[in-house]
Design a protein around this ligand. Structure first.
Ligand code: UTP
Length: 465
């Protein structure tokens, strides 16, 4: 204890021992265990992240190249080059060289659901959960290519047990148990406005998940990169658990990633309007990366090209492909993704030991972002995808990205496919993710299925595998 105390005092953080004398044996052990896991050498990096938040550095932005859509109208078509490369991606899937990485370690604060976000019942008729949706998308890929990509699920300390139990209780939704791996990401402490570690209790400092960018260290530390190597996986398809409509393993995306020799690829959508709050893929001093919408001046966000379209149009939807070799190289070099600070409401106890749930931001939280790998890659590929087809995140308790809004957009999209073939929209619709993942697939499925013509479209329609 003395050694830890000396270290914390030397770092100006001696207050974490304020209640030591009144703590019982168990609480003391708990606190020490937690403090020993804190890397105090990170304090400077945390302070630098706060400074960067207060005075963002000047950027020298220019648009980045992307493979745009071949057809922007329903049911949409990806870029010709991507479609031409789909056979290469299909071969990669058939050869079992693709793994799927689902990050689900977030806290889902905005949704306000008591449990892992992946356990949220989202589909409109059966209430299928997000986790099951992803599992059934994988089942479809397995059926199509003869190999089901292994699934790596990143969880946080706060939801690891609940997530593991959920999958176990549901028998992995039909996936092979050995092909679903859970691993926990790291935690970061928070600093108050005086640069002191925030205490959550007399025997605990506050910590929270270290951001989706924590995936890099976690993959390495938990042996997941080695597992991928052992399985002969070359490409990782990275997805976030809240995007209902993202394909798990998109052959055209994978094929183009490979033929372009990319180390990181990303999917983007065309921004709805200049002020839309999405990160923008662009060049900063000639280097590709994602720049937060807040870092664009109004004039810059409104800039147009000769066709009158937004110059900075590429909104990132946080869907990536990573080369396993690239990630290995980063971790072997000891590369850390940069830390970002955000001023947030963090529950704390004050010097008198009284608990507070602040109404206003009171402390800085720290996270790493997965897209900060982009500037580190020797080659990056960017593919435009149709918004309504592939971007439907469940973020909030209400509004377009709340449960009702998401269910509505989902149904609008798939009913349009039904109408295109059967001439009428059902009042409600659910499509088993193991049947079709986009409108083109569904249209093909309906055309090939003679029974579809006799379906009663005046009632809710559930299309099952
Ligand atoms: P968000 O940044 O939208 O956060 O995460 P969130 O936790 O889902 O929701 P809020 O902000 O608290 O309301 C986008 C994706 O990244 C994952 C989330 O689980 C989600 O899939 N994520 C986020 C992590 O895996 N770890 C993190 O530390 C943060």
């Amino acid at each position: 204890m003395e050694e830890t105390r000396t270290k914390f005092e030397a770092a100006g953080q001696g207050h974490v021992f304020r209640w030591w004398d009144e703590l019982g044996e168990r609480s003391r052990r708990r606190l020490l265990r937690q403090l020993d896991a804190v890397d105090l050498s990170r304090l400077d990096e945390m302070q630098a992240a706060i400074a960067a938040l207060k005075t963002p550095h000047q950027r020298n932005l220019s648009p980045a190249p992307a493979f745009g859509l071949a057809d922007e109208n329903f049911p949409y078509l990806l870029n010709d080059a991507a479609r031409a490369m789909a056979p290469q991606g299909e071969k990669e899937l058939r050869d079992g060289r693709v793994g799927v990485l689902l990050v689900a370690g977030g806290q889902g604060t905005r949704l306000g659901f008591d449990g892992p976000k992946g356990c949220y019942e989202i589909l409109p008729l059966t209430g299928m959960t997000l986790f099951e949706v992803f599992a059934r998308k994988l089942i479809r890929v397995g059926r199509e290519y003869g190999k089901t990509p292994p699934l790596y699920v990143m969880v946080g300390n706060h939801n690891e047990a609940a997530t593991r139990n959920f999958w176990e209780d549901h028998e992995y939704f039909g996936l092979n148990h050995d092909d679903v791996k859970f691993f926990a990401q790291g935690e970061m402490p928070a600093l108050d406005d005086d640069g002191k570690l925030v205490m959550a209790a007399k025997d605990a400092i506050f910590t929270g998940p270290d951001g989706h960018g924590g995936v890099l260290q976690a993959l390495h530390a938990k042996g997941m990169l080695d597992d991928m190597r052992r399985r002969g996986i070359r490409t990782i398809s990275y997805l976030q658990v809240d995007n209902l409509q993202t394909p798990v393993a998109d052959a055209a995306f994978i094929g183009l990633h490979m033929s372009e020799g990319a180390e990181v690829s990303l999917k983007v959508i065309r921004k709805n309007e200049p002020g839309e709050r999405v990160g923008i893929y662009c060049l900063d001093d000639g280097v590709p990366g994602i720049v937060e919408y807040s870092e664009f001046s109004e004039a810059q966000a409104n800039e147009r090209d000769d066709r009158g379209r937004l110059k900075y149009w590429q909104g990132s939807i946080a869907v990536h492909l990573f080369g396993v070799d690239f990630l290995m190289r980063l971790v072997q070099k000891g590369t850390d993704l940069p830390l970002h600070a955000a001023h947030k409401k963090v529950p704390y106890i004050d010097a008198e030991g009284v608990e507070h749930q602040p109404d206003e931001p009171n402390a800085f939280k720290f996270e790493r972002f997965v897209f900060d790998t982009i500037p580190m890659a020797s080659n990056v590929m960017c593919l435009e995808v149709p918004r309504v087809e592939q971007f439907l995140p469940l973020k909030n308790a209400d509004g377009p990205h709340g449960p009702d809004g998401v269910r509505q957009s989902y149904q609008d999209f798939f009913s349009a496919a039904v109408e295109a073939v059967l001439g009428k929209k059902p009042p409600q619709i659910e499509v088993d993710p193991a049947v079709a993942e986009n409108a083109r697939d569904l249209i093909e499925y309906l055309k090939a299925n003679d029974d579809a013509k006799s379906w009663d479209l005046s009632r809710p329609l559930h299309i099952k595998a």
